[in-house]
Design a protein around this ligand. Structure first.
Ligand code: 173
Length: 501
């Protein structure tokens, strides 16, 4: 904790006296804040703050908020000063049985060199993650049909490899929105990285910088935007994902700040005017953490069974529409990409709107359940754009369910410029920190080398639609081979539980 010379020092005893709705002070990162007037504005509800009234809230605050959330949301008059270090009484924290069990599992996880594919990271993460983190990351919406379809779709596309093409040298590097990338894969945005690892998204940043991979920074990352950029190596390219705020001034500031810090692409999420119901996440909030359930009571707009993401997503503007695109164009020169397009109709509208690209995505199966896979959408979008005849650069990206280099090559053969990978990299750092992410990148490299040789392509530009047979892609019924690696990490849906009597 740093205390500057001219800062007011406040004793822990004084803070303790402000522990009510009428006067509510909390301590975050060694600073004291008066949050009385902010209680009803807090997106996660007032009761969670009141739980820490008069006390240190840092531990609860940390994974859910970027470090600067409190300083930017509270007027400076409410920044009261620093806690007087001499008055802090060390508290010996009880380690819960659940946490002890988790630490023991973490200590016995397989060594990283025994990890052979991306599914392995998920299998380890599922065991070593705190229950809440696993529920939040792994859950998808409703019956979780789309998240499974994302994997199954790749299995309905078959290769038509070419042979005798001298594949002694193969090169899988590319450029994405004009930026060099060592892989045709970028790290897609996932929120709340500190739920799963104390360094959160910085694990991704450091690995990406070392290996020439581009990271898309999430609006709701646990680490602040600047912390992430500052952790990059000089010249390291980043993209940024944007949730559009109801208050457009906040959005404008965020976008222009990102541009000033050198971000190379603005990915506006367009598939989440309201967050999907992720039931694993919702059930845990309800059953596993009674204080969590209680803190939501009395909140009109934030019901108590919402889960982590919904609690912090109230700022997202559901009125966002095509008419807003010129405004985005007017506030930034960064390439604009719309993330979450699901039909050829919207792909054409996006092209006409003047943006630089689209991500075909169903948000990792977390939004509209039974929405189609990006791969299936890709076939119709590629065809529609070809029919229209594009006269300016317009990149099509896909994400959702990518776990293998073969998945990547199928998407590229069918017209994608690059693919986004979110959860697989997230699980890699939850299980092994930065080295896990580096290993995931290495696995992509190894698999790309082998698959490109076996497919008969030396560079990504040699990939052709004729190299895949996608005829079965839109056949949603019928026998499909099972993906056993994915199935064993996939958690069956739970039904309502009776309370212990
Ligand atoms: O998928 C998500 O969980 C997500 O996009 C999100 C949205 C708002 C808050 C946190 C995460």
């Amino acid at each position: 904790m740093s205390v500057s010379l001219n800062e007011t020092l406040i004793s822990a005893e004084t803070v303790k006296q402000h522990a009510s709705r009428e006067s509510c002070w909390i301590i975050v990162h060694g600073k004291v804040y008066d949050v009385t007037n902010f209680l009803d504005e807090h997106p996660g509800g007032s009761k969670i703050i009141l739980k820490y009234a008069g006390r240190d809230a840092t531990e609860a605050y940390e994974p859910i908020h970027p470090p600067d959330a409190i300083t930017t949301n509270l007027p400076t008059s409410k920044h009261l000063g620093a806690i007087d270090p001499a008055t802090i009484v060390a508290v010996v924290k009880e380690v819960s049985e659940e946490e002890k069990r988790r630490q023991a599992l973490l200590a016995t996880r397989p060594p990283l060199d025994e990890i052979v594919n991306l599914h392995d990271f998920e299998a380890v993460a599922r065991v070593v993650l705190p229950e809440k983190a696993w529920a939040y990351y792994s859950s998808a919406s409703d019956d979780e049909i789309t998240i499974r379809e994302n994997r199954l779709a790749f299995q309905r596309v078959w290769f038509r490899p070419r042979v005798l093409r001298n594949v002694a040298h193969v090169d899988w590097s590319t450029t994405i929105l004009g930026q060099k990338s060592s892989l045709p894969v970028y790290i897609s945005a996932t929120a709340l990285g500190k739920l799963g690892h104390p360094d959160g998204e910085l694990n991704l940043t450091r690995a990406a910088g070392k290996h020439g991979v581009i990271q898309m920074i999430a609006t709701l990352a646990s680490c602040s935007f600047d912390e992430i950029i500052d952790a990059g190596v000089p010249g390291q390219p980043f993209f940024v994902q944007l949730y559009v705020n109801r208050d457009r001034e906040i959005t404008k500031r965020y976008v222009q700040h990102a541009e000033k810090r050198g971000v190379k692409g603005l990915f506006i999420t367009v598939d989440a005017p309201q967050l999907g119901r992720r039931e694993k996440d919702m059930r845990l909030k309800l059953i596993g953490d009674t204080s969590g359930a209680k803190v939501q009571e009395g909140q009109k707009d934030v019901p108590k069974d919402q889960g982590v993401a919904r609690a912090i997503s109230a700022f997202i503007d559901p009125s966002l529409c095509w008419d807003d695109i010129p405004w985005f164009r007017s506030i930034t020169k960064m390439p604009i990409i719309l993330k979450g397009i699901s039909t050829a109709e919207d792909a054409l509208l996006a092209y006409e709107s003047g943006v630089q690209g689209i991500v075909l995505s169903n948000h990792g199966g977390r939004q509209l359940d039974t929405a189609r896979s990006a791969l299936e959408i890709l076939v119709e979008v590629t065809e529609a754009l070809k029919k229209r005849g594009t006269t300016r650069p317009f990149d099509v990206f896909v994400d959702g369910g990518v776990r293998r280099a073969s998945d990547v090559l199928k998407a590229l053969a069918l017209g994608a410029k690059a693919v986004g990978v979110g959860r697989a990299f997230l699980y890699a750092f939850c299980a092994y920190g930065q080295p896990g992410v580096e290993k995931a990148i290495q696995i992509f490299r190894d698999e790309l080398e082998m698959n490109m040789r076996l497919l008969g392509v030396r560079t990504l530009s040699e990939l052709r639609p004729e190299m895949v047979d996608a005829r079965a892609l839109n056949v949603h019924t019928g026998a499909v081979p099972e993906d056993n690696l994915f199935r064993t990490t996939y958690q069956p849906l739970a039904l309502a539980k009776f309370r212990d009597s």
